[in-house]
Write a protein that binds this ligand. Sequence first.
Ligand code: SAM
Length: 274
Amino acid sequence: MLVPGLYIVATPIGNLGDVSRRAIEVLSGCAVVACEDTRVTGKLLHHLGIKRPLRRYDDHASDAAREALLGEMTRSPVALVSDAGTPLISDPGYRLVREARARGIAVTTIPGPSAMVAALTLAGLPTDRFLFAGFLPSKDKARGDVLAEMAAVPATLVFYETGPRLVASLEAMARIMPGREIAVARELTKLHEECRTGTAEELSAHYTAHPPKGEIVLLAGPPGAPEAPGEADIDAQLLAALADLPVSKAAAQVAKAHGLDRKALYARALELKG
Ligand code: SAM
């Protein structure tokens, strides 16, 4: 028997076998299922042999519709699902959860599939730090601005993408973050699941020749370590520092900036000064 409240329920992203036992329990036991598209969720429930009233909901729903759902949660269990994957992840639910929490309504989650996590597990890119940024903008300028803003972030970048826009995004990545390791994860958990890696140039050539179908996650590995400066650069920086600072401080400053040995730079600074 479920207690009243809001239940955030993740559903499969392609393979119906990925539905969890808890998801089935909650979907069977709730009073109403709030969903993006009643036809899509209707099919899932039919497949699971579950009959529950469906209520269309997204974050643009009227205040009255949201109030009605919030009222219902105070009396009975309400499940929130999206068309596929985890609600709130580039999907509706944020406003509902926020409002429910503000009113002291119990909110619980039934975690499960999400395309961004599935893609990270496949791509072979670092997963210790990642930044999920949803869909890139569709207009060239705005897309370039977002990529430029993210280029220096020391993390794997994860975006949702669509087939028709993939090549334009790869071309922008080639221009704005050259040399990065890129992965395109497509149709995850489905029959034609694919994860292709390479440079943005290589992948853009591939997908120009083979226009991609289906659902896509686009990932970019973290930026490489900045190139170590050469001896001539270090000398130039030492000379510039020596113009204002005593030898020991100039050497310490340049050593710190590049993670170099302070004693060695002190000796070099003395040579340059002498
Ligand atoms: N909430 C969902 C989740 O947790 O993954 C994502 C919803 S978002 C509106 C839909 C986007 O997720 C698709 O356009 C695609 O970029 C990505 N996606 C969903 N299912 C996918 C799959 N099976 N393979 C690859 N990407 C998928």
